[in-house]
Design a protein around this ligand. Structure first.
Ligand SMILES: Nc1ncnc2c1ncn2[C@@H]1O[C@H](COP(=O)(O)OP(=O)(O)O)[C@@H](O)[C@H]1O
Ligand code: SF4
Ligand SMILES: [Mg+2]
Length: 337
C-alpha cells in the first residue's frame, strides 16, 4: 500500500473526559493526551481492549465529541486547539474551527450497522439523505444515478434502494453504512470496528471491500479493532491503547515483530502466530487483575497495576510517549534506561 508522506491528520495530546453528574472531579477520563498522525492514503490501525477509549478517540477526532483539550490538525487546517498545562487547565484561548466543511470530508462507519441505520427510511433514502445534506446532486436523475452507482460499488442491487434496513443481513446492512459514508466523497474515514458485529464468514469480504475502496478513491483510514489479528494485515501502522492512553505506535510489521511496550507484548502473546520459531519464543503472558476504571485511573503509568515489570517510579510518574526508534513510539520508563 503506497502512501505519500503528507500528514492528513495530526492529533496532539488529545483529551476527552466525560463529566459524571453528581460526581466531583474530571469524570470519565476516556482519552488521555493521545498523540499520533495519519499520512494521506494510509491505514492506521487502532487496537486495545473494550472500554480503552478507541471509539471516544475516533469520535473526538471528528469532533462528534467536543475535545476536553489538545490539538487536531486536518489537511493543514487547525480544527481544534486547546493546549493544557500540567494542572489540566487551558494555557490560552481555545481555537475551534467551524466543522461544517469538514463533515463531508471526514466520515465514520459504525460498529453496529443495524443501530446506525434509521429503520423508517429505505436504503435509497438513507444514502440520498447524505447526498442531499451536502448538496452533491445537480438533479433528481443525477441523485438516483449516484445512489445506483454507490449500491453497485458496495455489491448491492439497484432494487435494494426501495427496501428497509431490517430486510437485510448484517453484512448487507454494513454495506449500506459504507455506501452512506462513501456517498459524500470523503477523504478520511474512521472505521469503528466495522466488522466486529458481522459473521466471521463475511468479515473478510467487508474488509476487502474497504481496501478496494481505499485504492480506488485514495482514502485514508483510522481502522479500529479490539483485536490485533484484524488490523495487522490491513494497516500500514498500528497504535495500541490502554485505559485511554496510546502506549505504543509503529509500522505494522515492526510492531508485530518487535513490540517494545509490555502491554503490546501481552496483547501479541494472545495472538496465534504461524511462524513456529516466533511462536516458541513468544510465551503467552496473562495479565493479572482487572482493567481499572477510567473514572479513577492509576497514577503514574496507567498500566502499572497490571504490568509485570512495574517499578516504584511507574506508580509515581507517567512515562512520556516518545519515539524510541525511527517511526516507533512508546510510553514506558523501561525504555528510557
Ligand atoms: N458518552 C459517554 N459518556 C460517558 N462515558 C462514556 C461515553 N462514551 C464512552 N464512555 C466511557 O469511556 C470509556 C471508553 O469507552 P469507548 O471509547 O467506547 O471504548 P472502546 O471503544 O475502546 O470500547 C469507557 O469507560 C466508557 O464507559
Ligand atoms: S512504565 Fe512501568 S508500569 Fe508502565 S509499562 Fe513501563 S514498566 Fe510497566
Ligand atoms: Mg468502541
Amino acid at each position: 500500500m503506497e502512501s505519500s508522506e503528507k500528514k492528513l491528520l495530526e492529533v496532539t495530546k488529545l483529551r476527552k473526559y466525560f463529566p459524571v453528574k453528581g460526581v466531583r472531579g474530571p469524570g470519565v477520563q476516556a482519552v488521555q493526551d493521545v498523540s499520533f498522525f495519519i499520512k494521506k492514503g494510509e491505514t492506521l490501525g487502532l487496537v486495545g481492549e473494550s472500554g480503552c477509549g478507541k471509539t471516544t478517540l475516533g469520535r473526538t477526532v471528528l469532533r462528534l465529541y467536543e475535545p476536553t483539550g489538545g490539538r487536531i490538525v486536518y489537511d493543514g487546517k487547525v480544527l481544534y486547539d486547546n493546549p493544557l498545562g500540567p494542572d489540566g487547565k487551558a494555557l490560552g484561548k481555545a481555537v475551534s474551527e467551524n466543522m461544517l466543511p469538514y463533515r463531508r470530508k471526514m466520515q465514520i462507519i459504525f460498529q453496529d450497522p443495524s443501530a446506525s441505520l434509521d429503520p423508517r427510511m429505505t436504503v435509497g433514502e438513507i444514502i440520498g439523505e447524505a447526498i442531499d445534506i451536502h448538496k452533491l446532486a445537480a438533479s433528481k436523475g443525477d441523485r438516483l444515478d449516484m445512489i445506483k452507482e454507490l449500491l453497485a460499488k458496495v455489491g448491492l442491487n439497484t432494487e435494494h434502494a426501495n427496501r428497509y434496513p431490517h430486510e437485510f443481513s448484517g453484512g448487507q446492512q454494513q454495506r449500506v453504512g459504507i455506501a452512506r459514508a462513501l456517498a459524500v466523497k470523503p477523504e478520511f474515514i474512521v472505521c469503528d470496528e466495522p466488522i466486529s458485529a458481522l459473521d466471521v464468514s463475511i468479515q473478510s469480504q467487508v474488509v476487502n471491500m474497504l481496501e478496494d475502496m481505499q485504492q480506488e478513491m485514495g482514502l485514508t483510514y483510522l481502522f479500529i479493532a479490539h483485536d490485533l489479528s484484524v488490523v495487522r494485515h490491513i494497516s500500514n501502522r498500528i497504535g495500541v491503547m490502554y485505559l485511554g492512553s496510546m502506549v505504543e505506535l509503529g509500522e505494522s510489521y515492526e510492531l508485530n515483530r518487535h513490540p517494545i511496550h509490555p502491554y503490546t507484548q501481552t496483547l501479541l502473546s494472545a495472538v496465534p502466530v504461524p511462524d513456529p520459531e516466533l511462536s516458541k519464543a513468544r510465551k503467552r503472558i496473562v495479565l493479572e487483575g482487572d482493567i481499572p476504571s477510567p473514572m479513577n485511573p492509576p497514577k503514574g503509568c496507567r498500566f502499572h497495576t497490571r504490568c509485570p515489570y512495574a517499578a516504584e517510579r511507574c506508580s509515581q510518574e507517567a512515562p512520556e510517549f516518545k519515539e524510541h526508534e525511527p517511526g516507533h513510539w512508546a510510553a514506558c520508563h523501561l525504555l528510557d534506561s
